[in-house]
Design a protein around this ligand. Structure first.
Ligand code: GTP
Length: 316
C-alpha cells in the first residue's frame, strides 16, 4: 500500500459487458500476489448476483437496489469510508452497475472525506467489442453511456473478441483506440489479460510537488487533483479565484476553514459557482480540496492555493 493509502479501482462498463468476469480474474491475480483486497459491488436489483464471484472471506460491501450514480452515491462514499476503517487493505475494486455513468461514480470516490484514505488509481472501461461496433443501432442514451465508458477510462478492456471475426475484431480495436487514444488498451476474450496493466502500473505521483501531501491523479484527459491545505483560506479571495477558473474545471469539493471564523465548511463547486456550507461532523476531517477537470492546470492551481495560504497567514 504505497503512501499509506488504499488503491482504488473502478470497473465501469455497460450491462453484461464483462465486468464481473474481469473482476474475478483480477481478484485471482491479486490473491496470488498476497494482496489484501476489498470489493464494493453495486447492482440495480435487490439481490446481488455478481458477488458470487467474490472469494469467501474477502471484505465485500453490496449496494443493492439502486444505481450508484443516482440514488445511492452517498452510500458508496460511506461504504468506502467504513471499509477503510474496518480492514487493513491494499486495494479496493468497485464494480458499478452497467447503468452507472463513470463520472458520477468518480464523484462518490473522490469525496473529500476519502482523500486521506484512498488513492484513486484508475477507471477501467469494459467494452463489449461487438456492441461497440454496432453502437449506431443503439438508443441514443445507451450509445452515450457506452461511449462514456470508453471516453473516461484510463484503461480500456475490449471484451468478447471471440464473438467477432478477425476482420471485425481489428475494426473494433481500431475504432476504440481512435475514440480514446490516450487510454491503455487491451482486447480479450473472457478477461485473459495481463492484469499488471491495471494493478500497480500507472504513473500516479508527481515528484516535483513542493507540498508533501499533494497528489495528482492523471486521468489522461480527465484529471483529479487532490490538494491538502496547510491553513485557513481568505474566503472572498478564495471564492473569487474559484469563479475565475476555466470551464474545463468541472467540479471541485472539499473541507476548508476560512480566516474569519473557526468553523469547518463543506466546499462545493460546479458550473462556475462555489458554495461553502457549514459542516458538523463527528469524524475528523482534514482540510482538503479535490478538483476534477479536463487537462487541469495543476501548477496554476497549486500556485494560487499557496498564494492564498500565504495571504491568510500574513494577515494574521
Ligand atoms: N463470449 C464471451 N462471453 C463473455 C466474455 N466475457 C464475459 N462473457 C459472458 O458475458 C456474460 C456477462 O458477463 P459478466 O462478466 O457477468 O458481465 P457484467 O458486465 O458483470 O454484467 P452486469 O453485472 O449485468 O452488468 C456472462 O455470461 C459471461 O460469461 C467474453 O469475452 N466472451
Amino acid at each position: 500500500m504505497e503512501s499509506g493509502r488504499i488503491e482504488l479501482y473502478m470497473l465501469a462498463g455497460f450491462l453484461g459487458s464483462g465486468k464481473s468476469t474481469l473482476l474475478a480474474r483480477l481478484l485471482e491475480a491479486e490473491s496470488k500476489q498476497g494482496r489484501r483486497i476489498g470489493v464494493i459491488m453495486n447492482e440495480v436489483g435487490e439481490i446481488s448476483i455478481d458477488s458470487a464471484y467474490i472469494p469467501d472471506g474477502m471484505p465485500l460491501a453490496e449496494l443493492l437496489d439502486g444505481c450508484v450514480c443516482c440514488s445511492i452515491q452517498g452510500e458508496l462514499t460511506m461504504q468506502l469510508y467504513k471499509m477503510a476503517q474496518t480492514y487493513e487493505l491494499d486495494a479496493v475494486y468497485i464494480e458499478a452497475t452497467g447503468a452507472a455513468h463513470p463520472l458520477e461514480v468518480l464523484d462518490a470516490c473522490t469525496h473529500p472525506s476519502l482523500a486521506p484514505l484512498y488513492d484513486m488509481r484508475a477507471i477501467v472501461g469494459v467494452i463489449d467489442m461487438k456492441q461497440w461496433q454496432n453502437r449506431e443501432e443503439l438508443k441514443k442514451p445507451v450509445k452515450q453511456l457506452l461511449e462514456a465508458h470508453a471516453k473516461y477510462a484510463d484503461i480500456i478492456i475490449g471484451t468478447k473478441q471471440d464473438r467477432l471475426t478477425e476482420v471485425e475484431r481489428l475494426a473494433a480495436a481500431k475504432t476504440i483506440k481512435s475514440f480514446q487514444p490516450e487510454a491503455i488498451h487491451s482486447f480479450t476474450s473472457y478477461a485473459q489479460i495481463d492484469t499488471g496493466i491495471i494493478t500497480g502500473s500507472l504513473p500516479r505521483y508527481r515528484t516535483d510537488q513542493p507540498h508533501e501531501k499533494t497528489h495528482v491523479h492523471q486521468h489522461l484527459h480527465l484529471r483529479t487533483y487532490t490538494r491538502f491545505l496547510c491553513s485557513a483560506l481568505p474566503r472572498m479571495a478564495f471564492e473569487n479565484w474559484m469563479r475565475s477558473l476555466p470551464p474545463t474545471v468541472y467540479r471541485a469539493k472539499g473541507f476548508i476553514h476560512v480566516t474569519d471564523t473557526p468553523r469547518l465548511f463543506l466546499f462545493q463547486y460546479a458550473y462556475g459557482e462555489p458554495m461553502l456550507i457549514p459542516y458538523n461532523s463527528d469524524r475528523p476531517c482534514e482540510d482538503v480540496l479535490v478538483f476534477i477537470g479536463d487537462n487541469l492546470d495543476t501548477d496554476r492551481i497549486e500556485q494560487a492555493l499557496t498564494e492564498l495560504e500565504d495571504a491568510a497567514r500574513s494577515a494574521q
